[in-house]
Ligand binder design. Structure first.
Ligand code: SF4
Length: 965
């Protein structure tokens, strides 16, 4: 008798033989990069467990990580290169051989590079190879490159990098062991998943208080000691009210401020003139303070000065100047920043704000901690101890994805700085290679004169503008990039603006592109705003020529995602268990506050389909079209072994490559050194990671720690070992503002002046999110948000048979009282209506959500047939996508111009500014979600979708016994 799914034999073997072989690699079921051990049995993957030796997860494995096996064996995996034969969007393809695919791709790419390299728009999603893809784009010569950061959390990254020279997550982490109080702002429940879960567990065991601000009480917020269900987009107002209270109570760390920040620097007060608001500088461009010891101006960076923090001073040339601290204090002591004013916007009672301010002041100043660890500061001064203010903060996309997110992020860093809690025991800690200069001296490339046919660009496509002179604009101020990044619409778009690429390419604004080349970015579905409109733009044709307005689309993905249907040429990628990969210090590494580290993936199984790893394909294409960095002088390929060859042998600068471990010909150098042909073997031997542990004297105060700065400079993390000074008052922002006021050679076009002047404030500000400010909010009274669940990373788990059992559909969650006031009950169908569109969803009532907010899980809803799911799958029938009601453009201004739905400083996609109203559907409307789109037919080479997808039955003793009968 065959035993099966519904009648298993109940037997427990307490010490089974799990595997024939164990291979270590790095998980890729989310962006955390945990170390895993893959147990192999009979040539298949039997089981995945966490690697206990790995620095990221120390053996912890989440539901997604262990379910990676079902991503690997998914019936949605693409199997062969595809060439479109039907109309775009119909998913009618012809399977072709790789030779033909690569020939076609290299012809398209080569033709563009010969004529105008800007006509290639090359954008990638949540891949972890941006050190390669960005460099490849530079080699190609196009500035039109970015990854997903612009629609994810660039506000957090840029806000941090321009203020403290570092940021949260990959760039920094809480001091989980020593902190006594944690404030968490807007963090999705799977963000930095295993490390945060482990960290919160430590924090709870240590008895520290954990306060979470989030409109939704799930995930991390559900285990917080205090949940503050703040109104979306108002965190900046809350934080600046805390600043107000701390300043009023004189609870700030003046010694820290003087030593480590630019608040003592003198700011010129010359209203209406070109130098107003800039720092006073000496003959060597050094910033100037007022030394109270000598009562004269002095180099603010000198260790011996005693700078004034208040007062007004007259310089030798007669100009008046005040310390930045005085400007800061004056601003935030104003009653407009009081808790009562904050209560009006945030919904958080003033008494709660006052209490939190008192609690953090108490922890910072009455519960100071000391570590008996001598260290030496940047000026050579010896310190016996490391003094800590044990209050830490963490923030992420809930803060970032608003049009006021950049300033809110800066406000959080201001709060940390005033408390003296950056990189001290118990506070927030930098992770190498951070901190870096704020901002780093890396500029975006793509100005007039920097792009030429058949020529690499001299620098990277992305960077950190320090003033108008660094923008990528034409003389008349129009953008140079297809996404309008680094233009007057988003001057500090440090991660690009991927959410605008399709709209602008369709509108041929500022010019038509010829080829849209994307990787791992589901842009016709959950990675775009205005999904229906995006599909129309991808299929729109020129009325005169009948050709597609975006002439060619090339796409690489491992799965039959919604975006595949819109590609003209599909390059099928492998799964993460079938390829070499690199998590590099040149990109977003896996360091901790106490170690520099990087890691790799190794193939644990060979592909059983005709697919190739994208990174190797990219390198192959590069050498086929003769990119200098990928081609030898005789025209042969520089890295014929593909990505692993490149990882080992490519040097970005002499001695610096993709991987920092086991360098040098003998493999004995770490950090820098010549390429080592055995490098990957050494990584594999070591569990696929490399880690350099920092000695204890380098653990804290990295921004001013002589030993750490020397080490960081020696391995190329920073250009010089100078102290990194926190920029509370941002001169780069003031330079943009001065340009808007009519100063300098490079000024914004008139239509952008007011916006630049208003939002390029050199100190943090709060303003209402743009979408709500542009609408009649009585018509759209609710905020609408998405969150990632713990068990699903965006759309990545959408085809995963195990994870679908946890999240097969997604309702719209509504506060119970709010719903009852509209007579809405659990399971009712409702319309979610924005100024842009409407979507139909099923209601689910809950208590733990802000009463003005509705929300759902991100990317659970699917287009019928996509991901090789049954068209009747719950994801397509009852699951829905909130993206349908989000516009990529703000409502029109008076002159009809529509800005991107973005932060005005960084261009970050403002997903969470969304305003809606909800209406109960009629009985006739209550069938399935809307809008619906054509059912996608999977390519012929995909396996037939099974009714029930099982895995692992072949390993069971019952199965083997039955088989042998
Ligand atoms: S948190 Fe989970 S899914 Fe993410 S990398 Fe770690 S184990 Fe994998």
């Amino acid at each position: 008798m065959t035993r099966g799914y519904f009648d298993p034999i109940e037997e427990i073997d307490t010490s089974p033989t799990i595997s024939d072989e164990i291979k270590e690699t790095t998980c890729y079921m989310c962006a955390c990069r945990c170390g895993i051990k893959v147990h192999m049995k009979d040539g298949g993957i039997r089981y995945i467990e966490g690697n206990r030796d790995h620095p990221v997860n120390k053996g912890v494995l989440c539901a997604k990580g262990s379910a990676g096996i079902m991503n690997h064996y998914s019936p949605a995996r693409l199997t062969k290169p595809l060439k479109r034969v039907g109309e775009r969007g119909e998913a009618e393809f012809e399977e072709i051989e790789w030779d033909e695919a690569l020939e076609l791709a290299s012809t398209w790419l080569g033709d563009i590079r010969k004529s105008d390299p800007r006509k290639l728009a090359f954008f990638t999603g949540r891949d972890q190879s941006q050190a390669l893809t960005g460099w490849w784009a530079s080699q190609f010569g196009t500035p039109n490159h970015a990854a997903h950061g612009g629609f994810c959390s660039v506000n957090m990254a840029a806000g941090g990098i321009y203020t403290i020279g570092g940021s949260f997550w990959e760039f920094g982490e809480p001091d989980w062991d020593l902190t006594k109080y944690m404030l968490m702002f807007g963090v999705a429940e799977d963000h930095d998943s295993n490390p945060i879960k482990a960290g919160l567990s430590k924090l709870k065991k240590n008895g520290a208080k954990f306060v979470s601000l989030n409109p939704i009480r799930t995930g991390y917020s559900a285990i917080a000691d205090e949940w503050i269900g703040i109104r979306p987009g108002t965190d900046g107002k809350f934080v600046l009210a805390l600043v107000h209270e701390l300043l009023k109570a004189d609870k700030i760390d003046l010694e820290y401020i003087v030593r480590y920040t630019n608040l003592p620097w003198l700011v010129i007060q010359n209203p209406g003139e070109a130098d107003d608001g800039l720092f006073v500088r000496g003959i060597d461009d050094e910033p100037i303070c007022w030394d109270t010891g000598t009562n004269q101006a002095a180099d603010a960076r000198l260790a011996g000065v005693s700078p004034a923090l208040t007062g007004s001073f007259t310089m030798e040339d007669g100009r008046k100047a005040v310390p930045a601290f005085a400007l800061m204090a004056e601003r935030y002591l104003d009653e407009s920043y009081s808790p009562e004013e904050a209560e009006k916007e945030t919904g958080v009672p003033a008494r709660t704000i006052r209490r939190i301010a008192a609690e953090i002041a108490d922890v910072a100043f009455e519960q100071q901690i000391e570590i008996d660890q001598p260290w030496t500061d940047w000026a050579g001064r010896k310190h016996d101890k490391m003094i800590g203010r044990p209050i830490t903060m963490h923030a992420m996309r809930g803060i970032s994805a608003h049009s006021n997110g950049f300033h809110t992020c800066r406000a959080i860093h201001l709060l940390q700085i005033l408390l003296g809690s950056i990189d001290c025991p118990g506070g927030f800690r930098y992770k190498p290679p951070f901190p870096k200069a704020a901002p780093p001296p890396l500029k975006p490339t793509g100005k007039p004169g920097q792009i030429a046919p058949n020529t690499p660009m001299a620098g990277p496509p992305l960077g950190f503008p320090a003033g108008p002179e660094d923008l990528l604009v034409e003389e008349d101020g129009t953008p140079r990039r297809i996404d309008h990044a680094f233009s007057w619409e988003a001057p500090i778009a440090a991660h690009g603006m991927m959410h605008m690429v399709i709209t602008n390419a369709h509108n041929q604004d500022p010019y038509p592109v010829d080829l849209l080349f994307m990787y791992m970015a589901n842009m016709s579905w959950n990675s775009s705003m205005n999904t229906a409109g995006t599909k129309e733009m991808l299929t729109a044709k020129d009325e005169e020529t009948g050709e597609y307005r975006i002439p060619k689309i090339m796409y690489s993905d491992a799965y039959f995602s919604e975006m595949v249907a819109y590609a003209d040429l599909v390059l099928p990628d492998t799964t993460y268990l079938e390829r070499w990969d690199c998590i590099s210090l040149l990109d977003r590494p896996i360091c901790s506050a106490e170690s520099a580290a990087d890691s790799i993936r190794q193939p644990v199984v060979e592909p059983d389909r005709d697919v190739r790893p994208f990174q190797s394909v990219l390198i192959d294409l590069g050498s086929r079209i003769g990119l200098p960095g990928l081609t030898n002088e005789d025209g042969s390929a520089k890295y014929p072994g593909g990505y692993p060859d490149y990882l080992v042998n490519h040097e970005r600068a002499p001695g610096i490559g993709s991987l920092a471990g086991w360098r040098g010909e003998d493999g004995k150098s770490h950090g820098t050194g010549a390429p080592n042909k055995n490098q990957l073997d050494k990584y594999v031997e070591n569990g696929c990671f490399w880690e350099h542990k920092l000695p204890p004297e380098q653990h804290y105060f990295k921004h001013a720690n002589r030993d750490y700065l020397d080490y960081a400079a020696s391995v190329g993390f920073i250009g010089s070992a100078n102290q990194i000074i926190m920029q509370v008052y941002s001169e780069p922002l003031q330079k943009f503002r001065l340009a808007a006021q009519g100063h300098g050679d490079i000024q914004p076009p008139d239509e952008h002046r007011d916006r630049i002047e208003k939002y390029f404030d050199p100190m943090p500000i709060w303003y209402p999110p743009f979408e709500g400010a542009a609408l009649d909010t009585s018509e759209y009274p609710m905020h609408a948000l998405t969150q990632r669940p713990m068990a699903m990373y965006h759309s990545w788990g959408g085809q995963n048979a195990w994870l679908r059992q946890i999240h097969g559909t997604n309702p719209l969650y509504i506060n119970r009282k709010t719903a009852e006031a509209q007579d809405i009950e659990d399971g009712d169908w409702i319309w979610v209506i924005s100024h842009h569109s409407r979507v139909k969803a099923k209601a689910k009532l809950m208590e733990g959500v802000n009463s003005d907010t509705v929300w759902t899980w991100n990317a659970i809803g699917k287009q019928k047939g996509a991901w090789n799911l049954d068209p009747k799958a719950p994801e397509a029938k009852t699951g829905f996508l909130l993206n349908h009601v989000i516009s990529e453009l703000l409502p029109p201004k008076g002159d009809g111009f529509r800005y991107a739905n973005s932060d005005p400083v960084t261009g970050q996609a403002a997903w969470y500014d969304l305003r809606v109203r909800i209406e109960k559907c009629s009985a006739e409307e209550s069938t399935e979600t809307e809008p619906q789109f054509a059912t996608l037919k999977p390519p012929k080479t995909l396996p037939e979708r099974p009714d029930i997808l099982r895995y692992g039955k072949m390993y069971s003793r019952a199965f083997k016994r039955d088989k042998n009968k």
